[in-house]
Design a protein around this ligand. Structure first.
Ligand code: SAM
Length: 275
């Protein structure tokens, strides 16, 4: 097995036998026909189909494939190239969704990649983005990889799980985290909600295991034609929260110019002597 996967039940190392991953206690996990590995036991599932649903993922795939978030993706790749200590890092993209960013990271950062998402549908779709990335269904709160085995964790509009990221990273390894800023998609929210309340969107605090290397704040504008606007809406939770009349009025627009506003935070796991 090329990657240090561990059994989600007993945490012993997994080895690949035929199309299954097996631990010494004979817990066995099959590789799906599409290529992903399902390492989310029922005990770790909090619903029947956890994570993003198929319609959201399909909308996200269509929207991201149009390239409107390419500047954001390039910022993430730059952060990995600039701050990863290893020349050919092992990167784990946590909450990878349908794999847009993971695939670009693999292409541009000389890294080997594991894409983890709790949604089975996400892993299934991600298989079409790259055959060399290991796509895994698992939860961020119990990642099925050995402690101290990963050089980079990326978390792009997903979760920050301090203790688990600290466990899986090597000493000197980094987390590259992307979070939405206060003004992210503001023009869309103003059309959806009666009032948009100002929110503090600074990235969440991190624990003693890490020190901050950099915090980049970025903004850019992008103009969406109607079709892409609807895709963006469907890939966010807004489409489920908004009132019907607001949805109808968005459908009449020929397009909309929007602000992307986000933070990229790079934190490094301290070496044990420097804790
Ligand atoms: C907003 S989406 C971002 C996806 C991707 N990073 C992107 O930006 O296109 C968040 C993703 O996190 C996944 N997710 C939610 N809870 C999770 C968990 N506990 N562990 C792993 N992934 C999770 C969802 O299924 C979803 O694909």
């Amino acid at each position: 097995m090329k990657y240090p996967f561990i059994c989600p039940l007993c945490h012993a190392p997994l080895t690949e036998q035929d199309r299954s991953l097996v631990c010494p206690s004979r817990h066995c996990f099959d590789r799906a026909r599409q290529g992903y590995i399902h390492l989310l036991p029922v005990q770790q599932k909090h619903s029947l189909s956890p994570g993003d649903a198929k319609d959201m993922l399909e909308a996200r795939r269509r929207f991201l494939s149009r390239g409107f978030y390419r500047p954001l993706a390039e910022d993430v790749c730059r952060a990995v190239r600039e701050f990863a200590a290893a020349d050919s890092p092992l990167l784990l993209d946590c909450g990878c969704g349908e794999g847009y960013y993971t695939a670009l990271l693999e292409q541009t950062c000389r890294c080997s990649c594991i894409g983890v998402d709790v949604s089975k549908e996400a892993a299934r779709m991600a298989c079409a983005r790259s055959k060399t990335i290991e796509w895994v269904v698992a939860t961020a709160s119990s990642l099925p990889v050995a402690g101290g085995s990963v050089d980079v964790v990326t978390a792009i509009f997903s979760l920050f799980v301090n203790d688990e990221y600290a466990r899986v990273l090597k000493e000197g390894g980094i987390v590259v985290e992307v979070t939405a800023g206060e003004d992210h998609l503001r023009e869309l929210k103003e059309r959806i909600y009666e009032e948009v309340f100002p929110q503090d969107k600074a990235p969440p605090p991190f624990g003693d295991a890490f020190r901050e290397e950099a915090l980049w704040e970025r903004r850019f504008s992008f103009s969406l034609p109607q079709e892409a606007l609807m895709e963006l809406l469907r890939m966010t939770p807004h489409s489920r929260r908004m009132k019907r009349d607001k949805a109808a009025s968005l459908e009449t627009l020929s397009g909309l110019t929007l602000t992307a506003h986000y933070y990229i935070r790079i934190i490094r796991k301290k070496r044990s002597g420097s804790l």
